[in-house]
Write a protein that binds this ligand. Structure first.
Ligand SMILES: Cc1ncc(C[n+]2csc(CCOP(=O)(O)OP(=O)(O)O)c2C)c(N)n1
Length: 329
């Protein structure tokens, strides 16, 4: 993680592929677990968007901060939260990364500076401004990475946050995952100007649009942006064009889009693209791919078994963690 240069060697490319596969297969397993009622409540899956989480995390250091949306299993996995603690959280178990109290939408790990998924659209943006402002005031050379969907652009918080971030030259990497739909609302019936990156540019920050289906493009863009941010260039904005292969959540009948559109995007998916490129260029054998897949499947199986056996919080603890403990005198 976290240096400026991108090394396109075989080992790194296999690593990127494996991270994307961990996310994809984790999500697919969640579908089954949801139908078995092991996972309950809302469930928003990240299928199709894996290249963004994986690419962006390559640019961050351990002590940088990350904030994400309610579609954040992929970000949490790529950031380094253990699959076991994520799965236990999905099951509502005490050993989950948020003690079983947050569930799918509120994965959190303060040691990894993963400041959570967030159920509120655009809710992470002002939090990112606060974290980055604290870093700047205390002269810590850190980046705050804030990830959100294009639906957030319609919220006032988006504009207030971008304005203050630039005005105060805060070290924030804004990552917009533009998957073309905010729940069932298509971008073209929501935004007068559909070039999201231009909105950020209008606040004076460096802003660009990239192919969010290509993990290398994402990694390269994020590394360049982080390098500039660390040198004091203020906030940077990257709009990643992407697509979600599944519905908004498990309850979505998807009447707002055609199957043919979904199928066309699947052909451009980040995992098929990278796998195809690697095999065409003799950088990945079938045996190597199978070994990666087996590793991933074993990790998922272990996470499911552990989550299943874990305990729920005792009723006696129900009023714990409602407020922060007062500091000792
Ligand atoms: C402040 C607020 N308003 C409305 C909602 C209901 N809501 C949940 S998801 C969503 C759409 C978000 O779309 P987008 O930001 O594009 O993210 P995506 O789900 O496409 O990744 C809305 C309006 C909410 N959670 N929070």
């Amino acid at each position: 993680m976290g240096n400026d240069k991108i090394h396109l060697n075989r080992q790194h490319l296999h690593y990127l592929l494996k991270q994307m596969l961990r996310i994809r297969r984790f999500e697919e397993r969640c579908v089954t677990l949801y139908s078995e009622e092991k996972i309950r409540g809302f469930l928003h899956l990240y299928n199709g968007e894996e290249a963004i989480a994986v690419g962006v995390m390559q640019a961050l250091n351990q002590d940088d901060a990350v904030l994400a949306t309610y579609r954040e299993h992929g970000h949490a996995l790529a950031r380094g939260l253990s699959m076991t603690s994520i799965m236990a959280e999905m099951f509502g178990k005490q050993s989950g990364c948020s003690g079983g109290r947050g569930g799918s939408m509120h994965l959190f790990d303060d040691k990894l500076r993963f400041f959570g998924g967030n159920a509120i659209v655009a809710g992470a943006l002002p939090l990112a401004v606060g974290l980055a402002l604290a870093d700047k005031m205390q002269q810590r050379q850190l980046v705050t990475c804030c990830i959100f969907g294009e639906g957030a652009v319609a919220e006032g918080e988006f504009h207030e946050s971008l304005n203050l971030a630039k005005l105060w030259q805060l070290p924030i990497l804004f990552i917009c995952e533009n998957n073309l739909y905010a729940m069932g609302t298509a971008l073209e019936i929501e935004e007068s100007n559909q070039k999201i990156h231009l909105k950020a540019a209008s606040y004076g920050m460096t802003s660009q649009v990239i192919n969010g289906m290509n993990v290398i493009d994402v990694e390269a863009a994020a590394k360049l942006a982080c390098s500039a941010i660390r040198q004091g260039d203020g906030p940077h904005f990257i709009e990643c064009r992407t697509y979600r292969f599944r519905g908004h959540s498990m309850f979505d009948t998807q009447l707002y889009r055609q199957n043919s559109e979904i199928e066309a995007w699947k052909l451009k998916g980040p995992i098929v693209q990278l796998t195809h490129w690697l095999t065409e260029n003799k950088q990945l054998t079938n045996t190597e791919l199978q070994a990666i897949e087996q590793d991933v499947d074993a990790e998922i199986e272990e996470a499911v078994q552990t989550a299943d056996k874990a305990s729920v919080e005792p009723v006696a603890d129900i009023f714990k963690h409602l407020y922060a403990e007062a500091p000792h005198e």
